[in-house]
Design a protein around this ligand. Structure first.
Ligand code: GTP
Ligand code: GTP
Length: 355
């Protein structure tokens, strides 16, 4: 089986984590997030993955190579100008070997899910569908693409990010994983930007193509925002969602080789401490991602936050739900909360920010 992974987005909602690193290469549970997706695809029997790159395209291949270390074959295709989700799928198809009627898996590069990929492929075959979509239910669907289906799973409509209350006719949303019949991909307009969500799916529906939705209730999280990215990493560390790529056994924390955690520090909630990072005595780090070479100084308290590569969090400083960009230096006795984002390379003096 073959798959296309969409990894070319700019990841604007995840800045500043995505200033130096494309979203799929930001580490979650100790490895680039993409490694979890590749491992899950491989476990489902996928043999060839085409990575559709655009933004910061050059960083993927040095890490993943030809894929053999990950048990599959990897091909890289690069869009000079970003072509959007649909354009990217069409552009990537040149690297596929699938025949016209064969199924091709397509995944957004920023979704963490426990979806049974084999079951999705089987449903696609059984429904004789042109496209089969993974759907999930969420409490508030407004920020997503709504996909109502009939009792047989046939897709009835697509409403991308509805603004009017009467448009909210279902809690089923597009979960960012698809099976395309190869010839459907070849029908997407080439060499101009196309959104699969806003253009391709509504058009296929208008043409009475068979679009089949599979509602799946396994773990699902969109990592597009910092809070959900940190959550995904913690859930991977704790084994709440399984990935064969996590470098360790499930537990309350994951300390990578070369990190130093003082005996008087406390790690919990699925925290990961990166290579060469330090956590000093009295520091408490819960449900957070501490990237390589970062320093958490004595008695600091870090909760549900992301501390960038080489950044420093000063003594007694409190972080709750914040992102510290790479190489930023946060002085002692600061207090940062509720979605604050500190850009890369910023210096904040001692006791400068309090609530
Ligand atoms: P935001 O800028 O924060 O919205 O993130 P994003 O750029 O990643 O956009 P979005 O979350 O809508 O993208 C969904 C998936 O499609 C992600 O995995 C992106 O990497 C990918 N993607 C989005 N646009 C493109 C594109 O033009 N080309 C390629 N190759 N992938 C894309
Ligand atoms: P010491 O406490 O230094 O003897 O470590 P350990 O033998 O318990 O090592 P372990 O592999 O359990 O932990 C790795 C590092 O994480 C150690 O340096 C611990 O001090 C540190 N650590 C931080 N918080 C915790 C915690 O809640 N439990 C445990 N066991 N270790 C923690």
């Amino acid at each position: 089986t073959e798959a296309v992974l969409l990894v070319g987005g700019k990841g604007t909602r995840l800045r500043p984590l995505t200033i130096n690193t494309p979203k799929p290469m930001v580490p979650a549970a100790g490895v680039p997030f993409l490694a979890h997706q590749l491992a899950r695809a491989r476990a489902a029997g996928v043999e060839h993955v085409v990575l559709a790159t655009s933004y910061l395209a050059e960083v993927f291949e040095p890490y993943f190579g030809d894929g053999s270390a990950h048990g599959l074959r990897l091909t890289y295709v690069h869009e000079e100008e970003p072509l959007g989700t649909g354009g990217a799928i069409r552009h990537a198809a040149r690297a596929l070997t699938a025949g016209p009627g064969d199924p091709v898996l397509v995944f957004n590069g920023d979704i963490l899910t426990g979806l049974d990929i084999r079951a999705l492929l089987e449903r696609h075959e059984r429904a004789q569908a042109h496209v089969t979509l993974h759907l999930t239910r969420v409490a508030d669907p407004r920020a997503f693409g709504l996909v109502p289906t009939d009792a047989d799973g046939r897709v009835l409509a697509f409403t991308e990010k509805p603004s009017r209350p009467e448009e909210i006719v279902t809690d089923q949303i597009n979960a960012g994983g698809y099976v395309f019949r190869r010839e459907v991909i070849d029908g997407i307009p080439a060499d101009r930007p196309v959104s699969v969500e806003r253009e391709t799916f509504p058009q296929l529906l208008a043409e009475r193509a068979v679009l089949h939705g599979v509602v799946d209730s396994s773990y699902w999280l969109d990592l597009g925002r910092p809070a959900s990215f940190v959550q995904a990493s913690a859930d991977l560390v704790r084994g709440i969602v399984h990935s064969p790529a996590v470098p360790g056994e499930p537990g309350e924390f994951l300390v990578l080789p070369g990190a130093h955690v003082d005996a008087g520090a406390r790690l919990s909630g699925g925290t990961v401490v990166g290579a060469g990072a330090h956590v000093a005595a009295g520091a408490e780090v819960a449900g957070s991602v501490v990237l390589d070479g970062a320093r958490i100084e004595a008695d600091a308290r870090v909760h549900a936050s992301m501390v960038g590569t080489g950044a420093r969090v000063g003594p007694r400083t409190v972080l709750d739900g914040v992102v510290i960009g790479d190489h930023s230096l946060i002085g002692a006795d600061n207090e940062l909360r509720d979605g604050a984002r500190i850009w890369c390379g910023t210096a904040i003096p001692d006791a400068a920010i309090r609530f």
